[in-house]
Every structure is written in structure tokens, then in C-alpha cells.
Write a protein that binds this ligand. Structure first.
Ligand code: ADP
Ligand code: GN1
Ligand code: MG
Length: 371
């Protein structure tokens, strides 16, 4: 059992120089992986300055040193690019703030690894796409993110989670968890297990395209949920891409696909009433147009043709990951109630089925926005 982050929080608050007295730190956001706190400070000149303090998940990230090397490399690079283009570096890219000891992050007395960012003010973080315009704005931001990093030296990036979007490997791990069924939970999800096994061949579609050289490896974000982009409160545009833990060489279609998985529907990821979980074609279309616009013509014909596959595979893979975690005892994704990972898996499968039912429409939309 992991140690609660609160246990070392006061030690960690002492380890950083916030430039003003700390008035409090509260749990913040709806991420499934890290322990995130918002730290409030009271400077003399303004009423409050906030920070985001995170304990990086030890279950997800085995090498916080490598992870932070990636993040510092990428945020410094983005900062320079943004400045050159006349943007606002402080709001459009994250900035790592070092602890007093000068290291890139702080290791607490229990071995927990913590990092600090300025809180990007004047932004909203959405958990669902309230309009096609909002979803399109997030798509432009993720497309642009990839475009900004197109010349980043990919070979300097560490693989923070090996085989992260290796869908074949995810399938193998899922099968092993079903086989072992350590907690006897497989009986509760026979239909879901069968649903995944029936799509075994699908798991190789994107990987085969990559192995055959039809689609390239690029520097990608790999976790493009709507709540991983901060939207500017005034303009409504995507301002700052966050959650850079998984920036690694990857596939552009996966960045597209993961956004569709999470955002192109009107239900929560753990919704129990599956009748509410439906792919919204209008949102799919809005995101497709905007992502291609943001990527600025950098995607190849083959990548564009495979965008619907990106959506289906990211959703299937995520469903497999949730179900695997349910079967092994909820070790990876944070849960706030029993069965939450099973519920999450079920929404993903409902979305996959919906994508399959609308496949021709999805392909037609992608064709429409092809340059
Ligand atoms: P996780 O990997 O657990 O999802 P994130 O890095 O995405 O962690 O952070 C969780 C949440 O915290 C985000 O969804 C967002 O609401 C908020 N957040 C993270 N970084 C910042 C920041 N620099 N400024 C404002 N909000 C942030
Ligand atoms: C996690 O970190 P967060 O909450 O933005 C996960 C993603 C999953 C997602 C499902 C590092 O994203 O891969 O798609 O949950 N991130 C990691 O909601 O595993
Ligand atoms: Mg996140």
C-alpha cells in the first residue's frame, strides 16, 4: 500500500522556496496518476500566488530522474519556441521550479518524488467538452504542441513508461491478468473480457503500420485528455499543455485518438449508465478539423487515413488497461470507489462499439478535412 502523500506534505513544503509564506495546500484536480496539490501563498504585493505541487506516481514512474530530465528538456524547448513566436512563456508552457537543494525535484524521507510548477492563472481545466468550439480549441492546442516539438531531438527522450502505447503488449498483460485472476474478479466481467479478446487482431493495426514504415514515430504527448490542456478563460483557446509525464516518441494518431476517447462524448469516464455513453460525431468532426489545423500540415496522408484507428485503438487499449487494473486489484489508476476501474472499462468498450457502428462516417469526416 502506498504511503499517503499528506504524510510527508509539510516536509515537502519546507523543501521549496515559495517566495512568500504558505497559507495552505489542498488536493487539486482530477488526474488518475499523480498526487496533485494546489499551494496557496500570501505575497506582500498581491493577494495570493498559487503553485502546483505534485508527488509523481511511484506505481507509474520508476525513474523520476529521467522523467524530470524529459520534462525540463521539453519545457525549456517549448519556452524558447513560444518566446520566439512572440507568445507568453509564463502562461503557455509549464516551468519547473526547483527545490532549495537545487535538484530538479525533491525526494522526501519516504522516497516520494515531488515537483513544483507555477499555477497557470486565468485558465479553466474542463472535464468534459461542453461545446464543439471548446473541443476544437483543445484539438488545435494538441496539434500545435506536436508541431512545436517536431524538431525536438527525440533520441534524447527517456521512455518514462516502457511500452506505454504498445497495444499488443497491453493485450498480453491483460491476458495474463485474466489467466491469473488473483482476486477472483474475472467472473464479474466475462462479457468485457470476451469483447477485448474478439478484437485481438485490431491491436496490431497501428503497430504494423509503424513497423512497415507507413507511419512515423514523432515526439508526441501520449496522454491528450481534455483535462491535460488549460484553456484561456478569456479567449477560450487552448493555452498550456500540461501533464508532460509521457512525452515520448510515439504516434500522432494516438494523440488524436486519446483526445477523442475522452472528449468526444458527454459522459464521465466512469459513468455507470451506459445508455449515456455515446460517441458524439459532431465533436469528433470539430476535433478532427482543429487537430489537423494545429498540426499545420505536418501529418502524412497515411497518418490522416489512420486517424479513426487512433481513436478506436486508444479507447480499446484504455479499456484493457482499466480492466487489467481491476483484475489485479486497482494498483495503477486511483479509485475513489469499489468497481470504478470496471465501470471505466465498460464506458471504453461502449465507445469502441459506437465507433465501429459509425466507422464509415468517421472515415468520411477525416476525408472531408484532408487538405
Ligand atoms: P495527473 O497525471 O495525475 O493527471 P496532471 O499533471 O494532469 O496530473 O495534474 C492534475 C490536474 O491539476 C490537471 O488536470 C489540472 O487541473 C491541474 N494542473 C496541473 N498543472 C497545473 C498548472 N501548472 N496550473 C494549473 N492547473 C494545473
Ligand atoms: C491517466 O494522468 P492522467 O489522469 O491525465 C493515464 C492515461 C489514461 C488516463 C485515463 C501516465 O491520465 O494513460 O489514458 O489516465 N496516464 C498515465 O483517464 O498512465
Ligand atoms: Mg492529467
Amino acid at each position: 500500500m502506498a504511503i499517503a502523500a499528506e504524510q510527508t506534505l509539510s516536509e515537502v513544503l519546507e523543501a521549496f522556496d515559495f517566495g512568500a509564506p504558505v497559507v495552505g495546500a489542498i488536493r487539486y484536480g482530477e488526474g488518475h496518476i499523480n498526487d496533485t496539490f494546489c499551494v496557496h501563498t500570501q505575497p506582500a504585493d498581491i493577494c495570493c500566488r498559487r503553485f502546483i505541487l505534485q508527488r509523481m506516481s511511484a506505481a507509474a514512474f520508476k525513474r523520476p530522474d529521467q522523467l524530470m530530465e524529459n520534462i525540463i528538456g521539453v519545457t525549456d524547448y517549448l519556452g524558447r519556441e513560444i518566446k520566439e513566436k512572440g507568445g507568453d512563456r509564463a502562461r503557455e508552457a509549464l516551468e519547473v521550479l526547483r527545490p532549495k537543494n537545487g535538484e530538479p525535484y525533491y525526494t522526501d524521507s519516504q522516497g516520494g518524488a515531488w515537483r513544483l510548477y507555477p499555477f497557470v492563472e486565468g485558465t479553466v481545466c474542463y472535464q468534459s467538452a461542453q461545446s464543439p468550439e471548446l473541443f476544437a480549441a483543445s484539438g488545435r492546442a494538441f496539434g500545435r504542441f506536436q508541431q512545436l516539438l517536431r524538431d525536438y531531438p527525440a533520441d534524447t527522450l527517456h521512455e518514462t513508461i516502457p511500452h506505454f502505447h504498445d497495444t499488443e503488449d497491453r493485450l498480453a498483460k491483460f491476458k495474463a491478468a485474466v489467466e491469473k485472476d488473483r482476486l477472483g474478479r474475472a467472473k464479474d466481467c466475462r462479457a468485457e473480457i470476451e469483447f477485448i479478446l474478439a478484437r485481438e487482431a485490431d491491436c496490431s493495426v497501428a503497430l504494423s503500420a509503424m513497423r512497415e514504415g507507413r507511419i512515423p514515430l514523432r515526439v508526441t504527448h501520449n496522454d491528450t485528455k481534455l483535462n491535460n490542456v488549460l484553456m484561456d478563460r478569456e479567449s477560450g483557446e487552448g493555452l498550456c499543455i500540461i501533464d508532460l509525464d509521457t512525452v515520448m516518441p510515439g504516434l500522432a494518431i494516438n494523440d488524436f485518438g486519446d483526445s477523442i476517447r475522452f472528449g468526444a462524448n458527454h459522459s464521465a469516464e466512469d459513468e455507470r449508465d451506459l445508455s449515456k455513453v455515446n460517441l458524439d460525431i459532431e465533436l469528433f468532426a470539430a476535433y478532427t478539423a482543429a487537430f489537423l489545423e494545429g498540426a499545420g500540415g505536418s501529418l502524412t496522408e497515411d497518418e490522416i487515413a489512420l486517424l479513426p484507428w487512433g481513436a478506436k485503438l486508444m479507447t480499446l487499449e484504455c479499456g484493457m488497461r482499466f480492466l487489467t487494473d481491476y483484475l489485479v486489484g486497482d494498483e495503477y489508476f486511483h479509485i475513489s470507489r469499489e468497481g470504478q476501474n470496471l465501470d471505466r472499462a465498460r464506458t471504453q468498450m461502449k465507445l469502441v462499439a459506437d465507433m465501429e457502428a459509425h466507422w464509415a462516417e468517421l472515415e468520411a469526416i477525416v476525408n472531408r478535412y484532408r487538405k
